[in-house]
Design a protein around this ligand. Structure first.
Ligand code: FAD
Ligand code: 2HG
Ligand code: ZN
Length: 491
C-alpha cells in the first residue's frame, strides 16, 4: 500500500473474487446490503466513507462493504470469510481515533449500521438489550423516554454505535459516575470468526460461573469476533442536572477544586472535566463560538451534578461554589441557567476534539497519568516543540500550530492534542516515542480509552509486560486461528 510503506499485505489472505461477491449476495439477500466495487465499477468516492477514518489520517483500499441486518447474516458472512481466508474489518460509526475501524489494505468492511433494533428494555431493572448497530444517542433517547440514561456519553454520540462502544470499551464524560463498560455490560451476543454464535446475552448482574468471556470482547476492538448485540445496565435518569464552568489560575487549583468537588458534591457529581486555556482558544477559533467567561484563565473546569432533588442539588452546588470562590480556588465561574446554556457549556468541552484538526492535521494522545503529574506532559510537550523550532501559533510555515491539554480529570485521563497545519513526519518523530516514554516513566497508560487500533499497536509494550502481551497473542490465536479479524492492528 502507498499509505503504509512499512506494512506488507499478508499473503495468507485471499483477494475478493466475483464468486465471493455472489456468495455474499446470497447470504445478505438485498442490494442495499452490499457496496460492491469488485463485480462492477463503483467508484473510489463511494468507498471513501468506509475506507477513511474520522481524522482522514488512515486510509484503506477496500472494494467490498457488507451490511448485515441480522446476527445470522453476520454468522454466514464470517463463516465463509474464515473458510476462504478473507480478511475483515468490523465497522461501526467510524468515529474511532486510532485507525482501528478502517481497512489497512483490501480487507472487507463489515459495517453494522443496519443491525440496529432495540430488542427489549425493562424499566424495573434498567436492562437494555439492543443490536450492536444502534447509535449511542438513539439508545440514550430510547431509554430516556422511560426515565433512564445510557451509562456512557461522549462527543461522537450522534454517530458512534453501542456495539462499537463496547468493542472499544469507550470511557467518555460520565465514567466518573457510572463506571466503565466492564461493569455495566451484563451480556453480549458475539459471532466468532468461524461463524459460531456465542450467545451470552445475560441480564444478570451476578454470574460467577467460570471465566467471564464477554470481558475479552469489551475493548477487543474487533480482533476476536463481532459483537452483534449487547445487554447493558442503564441507571435512572436524574431529574436535576446542573452544569458549572470555571476559570482557574493554576493546575494546583484545579486539583484543589477536584478534591473539594468530591468532598462537597460526592454522590451527585457526574462529571469533572479539565480544559486548558489553549484548548478553549482553539475551540473558539475553530467554531466561532463565544467562550462563557470574560477574560482568559490558564485553566477551565466543567462540573456536572446529577441528582433526584433539584432544591437539594442547587443548595449543595451553591455552597460548593461559595466555598471555592471565597477560598480563591476558582477565579471565575458560571452555572447554566437553561438547557441551551447547559448545552453550550458542554460544547466548550466536547468541541475541542474536532477543533484540534481544523488547521489540517492533529496528533492525538489519550493517556492515563497520575493526577499530580497529569498536566506536566502538556507543558513538557510545549517546551519540546519550542526548543526544536517546529511550533508557532501564527506563522503558517511552522508545522505545529498549538499543543493543547484537556480531558477527563475525574478519571486521571489526559487528552494531549497537537494541532498541526499538515501531517508531518518530523512532528511525528518528535512526538513518538517521546510521549510514550514520558508516560511509561510515570506508570501511566499509553491508551486510556481510545484503544490501540493501528495507531498505538507498536507501543503496547510501554503499558503491558511481555508476559501479558504473550498471553494476549494466545487469546487471539484461540479465537481467530486464521487471523482474519481486523488484521495488522492491536497486537
Ligand atoms: P468505529 O470507529 O467504527 O470502530 C471502533 C473499533 O471497534 C474498530 O476497531 C472496529 O473494528 C471495532 N468495532 C466496531 N463495531 C464492532 C462490533 N460490533 N464488534 C466488534 N468490533 C467492532 N472515545 C472515548 O472512549 N471517550 C470519549 O470521550 C470519546 N469522545 C470522542 C469524541 C469525538 C468527537 C470523536 C470523533 C471520537 C470520540 N471517541 C471517544 C472515540 C470513539 O467515538 C469511540 O471509540 C467509539 O466507541 C467508537 O464507536 P464507532 O461506532 O464510531 O466505532
Ligand atoms: C474526548 O474526550 C475524546 O473529547 C476525544 O475522547 C479526545 O480527540 C481527542 O483527543
Ligand atoms: Zn475522552
Amino acid at each position: 500500500s502507498d499509505s503504509y510503506p512499512d506494512l506488507k499485505r499478508d499473503s495468507r489472505f485471499k483477494t475478493v473474487s466475483k464468486e465471493d461477491v455472489e456468495h455474499f449476495k446470497k447470504i445478505l439477500g438485498s442490494e442495499a446490503a452490499i457496496l460492491d466495487g469488485v463485480t462492477n465499477e463503483t467508484g473510489e468516492e463511494d468507498f471513501e466513507q468506509y475506507n477513511s477514518d474520522w481524522m482522514r489520517k488512515y486510509r484503506g483500499q477496500c472494494r467490498l462493504v457488507l451490511k448485515p441486518e441480522t446476527t445470522e447474516q453476520v454468522s454466514g458472512v464470517l463463516k465463509y470469510c474464515n473458510e476462504q481466508s478473507l480478511a475483515v474489518v468490523p465497522q461501526g460509526g467510524n468515529s474511532g481515533l486510532v485507525g482501528g475501524s478502517v481497512p489497512v489494505f483490501d480487507e472487507i468492511v463489515i459495517n453494522l449500521s443496519r443491525l440496529n433494533k432495540v430488542r427489549s428494555f425493562d424499566d424495573v431493572s434498567g436492562v437494555l438489550v439492543a443490536d450492536a448497530g444502534v447509535i449511542l444517542q438513539q439508545a440514550d433517547e430510547y431509554v430516556g423516554k422511560q426515565n433512564h440514561i445510557f451509562p456512557l456519553d461522549l462527543g461522537a454520540k450522534g454517530t458512534c454505535q453501542i456495539g462499537a462502544n463496547v468493542a472499544t470499551n469507550a470511557g467518555g464524560l460520565r465514567l466518573l459516575r457510572y463506571g466503565s463498560m466492564h461493569g455495566n455490560v451484563l451480556g453480549l451476543e458475539c459471532v466468532l470468526p468461524d461463524g459460531t454464535i456465542m450467545d451470552d446475552l445475560s441480564k444478570l448482574r451476578k454470574n460467577n460461573t467460570g471465566y467471564d468471556l464477554k470481558q475479552l470482547f469489551i475493548g477487543g476492538e474487533g480482533t476476536i469476533g463481532i459483537i452483534t448485540a449487547i445487554s447493558i445496565l442503564c441507571p435512572q435518569r436524574s431529574s436535576a442536572v446542573n452544569v458549572a464552568y470555571f476559570g482557574l489560575e493554576s493546575y494546583e487549583k484545579v486539583m484543589e477544586a477536584f478534591k473539594e468537588a468530591k468532598k462537597q458534591l460526592g454522590e451527585i457529581l457526574s462529571a469533572f472535566e479539565l480544559m486548558d486555556r489553549q484548548s478553549q482558544s482553539l475551540y473558539h477559533q475553530a467554531s466561532g463560538a463565544k467562550l462563557p467567561l470574560e477574560g482568559e484563565h490558564p485553566f477551565y473546569c466543567l462540573i456536572e451534578t446529577s441528582g433526584s432533588n433539584t432544591e437539594h442539588d442547587s443548595e449543595k452546588l451553591n455552597a460548593f461554589l461559595e466555598h471555592v470562590m471565597s477560598e480563591e480556588i476558582v477565579s471565575d465561574g458560571v452555572v447554566a441557567e437553561s438547557e441551551t446554556q447547559l448545552q453550550s457549556l458542554w460544547a466548550c468541552r466536547e468541541g475541542i476534539s474536532e477543533a484540534g484538526q481544523h488547521w489540517g492535521g492533529v496528533y492525538k494522545y489519550d493517556l492515563s497519568i497520575p493526577l499530580p503529574e497529569l498536566y506536566s506532559l502538556v507543558e513538557d510537550a510545549r517546551k519540546m516543540f519550542e526548543s526544536n523550532g517546529l511550533m508557532h501559533t501564527e506563522d503558517e510555515t511552522f508545522p505545529v500550530k498549538d499543543v493543547v491539554g484537556y480531558g477527563h480529570m475525574g478519571d486521571s485521563n489526559l487528552h494531549l492534542n497537537v494541532a498541526t497545519r499538515r501531517y508531518d513526519k518530523e512532528v511525528e518523530r518528535a512526538l513518538e516515542p517521546w510521549v510514550y516514554e514520558w508516560v511509561a516513566k510515570r506508570q501511566g497508560s499509553i491508551s486510556a480509552e481510545h484503544g490501540l487500533g493501528l495507531a498505538k499497536k507498536a507501543f503496547i509494550g510501554y503499558s503491558r509486560s511481555e508476559t501479558m502481551i504473550r498471553l494476549m497473542g494466545k487469546i487471539k490465536e484461540t479465537f481467530d486461528p486464521k487471523g482474519i479479524m481486523n488484521p495488522y492492528k492491536y497486537i
